[in-house]
Ligand binder design. Sequence first.
Ligand SMILES: Cc1ncc(COP(=O)(O)O)c(C=O)c1O
Length: 454
Amino acid sequence: MRTPLQDAVGGYLAKGRAWFHMPGHKGQGDGAFAGILPWDVTEVDGCDSLFHADGPIDLLERAFSEVYGTRRTLLCAGGATLCIQTMLALACGTGRKLVISRNIHRSAINACALLGLDPVWVYPEQDAGGWFLGRYAPGAVEQALAAHPDAAAVYITSPDYFGVMSDLPGISEVCRAYRVPLLVDNAHGAHLPFLPDRYGCPHPIACGAALCGDSLHKTMPAMTGAALLQIGEERFSAEAKRMMSMFGSTSPSYPIMLSCERALGYAQEGAAEGFARTAARLDSLRVLAQEHGFALPLGRVDPARLTLGFGALGWTGQAFGDYIRGHGIEPEYISGSACVFLANGMNPERDFVRLEAAIKGIAPKGNPAPVKPVLPHPVRVMGVREAAFSPQQRIPVGQALGRVAAAEASPCPPGIPVVMGGERIGHNEQEALRFYGVEEVNVVSGPVERLFRI
Ligand SMILES: Cc1ncc(COP(=O)(O)O)c(C=O)c1O
């Protein structure tokens, strides 16, 4: 059975039952909803149940597990966010310390707050070129683990938003030596197993990760919210569903799960060809981009993602955004100095032709030196949880000196936060926030209720 879930839902629809069950639309859609609402069933007879799967959903999860080479794979309709909450809870429980790369996504910061986790930050190297933040080195992780032997896990985000990939095999070796599990935010890397081997970008589970969260919807042909929790170490299997159900909705979306099945079909057939073609096409655009003066991230990067450092040509984010949209292109993300384009086999050749024309047509506005990223190491005075659940107020950065951040303040998400919740805003932090153009920050407003100590 290649599409067990679609067959099950299709079989249910074919019975023509009267819908005296949720959802309230009763499968009656018109306009844009005509095609989708009949498939938006709930956990009815024959259609399985996500958190107690023993039918088509279970088959789907087993097939995913085989494709990704995991101990177990869990389907998820709540994005990588839900996978991240689940893996942090599984590996750390509550109130524990863990070693975390500073490029952490907001979903993980929130999970740390919910679970009362105590992060020990690891900062990136400068090994991706002047315009980009670099990788998280095994040596830096080892140092953090040696200084914090009570850490419950290591948590790394790789690839990052710009496609920069850290040395996960090296970090995994360190984790093994210190007997802690490696957790990877692989939100941007669900497609990694389908890239040609020559790029050397294996999936985190193949690198030795104990757990990772993949956003299927970011790089594979699945609907927004589709994700996979990948389990590499057997000891996390038994409790994984229960833990995911603690954070997720009890009514998972069937259209999203059906779209996971579609992505599985693509993974089994088509993805290898599609990503090989995409990576080769983007390789040619990378050469062209370099010839035209763009900066590219150096070292190992995801080849299915094109990151163009337009800052090296003297362009601003606003001007480059206008320029690229003028070529009929909507990118994934534009920072102050670089633009990220996501591609896969679903992009027709005409998309790449537009990109090519835009790269060829760029005219330098100067030749500025790379702006060195400013990354202060703020002092933590309060737990992430305590800060997140404290009364807070939003104030201008100019008035924030000496105050405690209530939440992370980033240059422009997904930039690395200058301060995290619970960290004091000193002179360096205030300067860095100004440097990145951050105008306001959330700070803890006193007197702080000390209900949520970590
Ligand atoms: C690095 C990273 N991790 C996690 C997430 C959350 O993923 P999702 O939107 O699938 O919940 C994102 C979303 O952009 C992300 O960029």
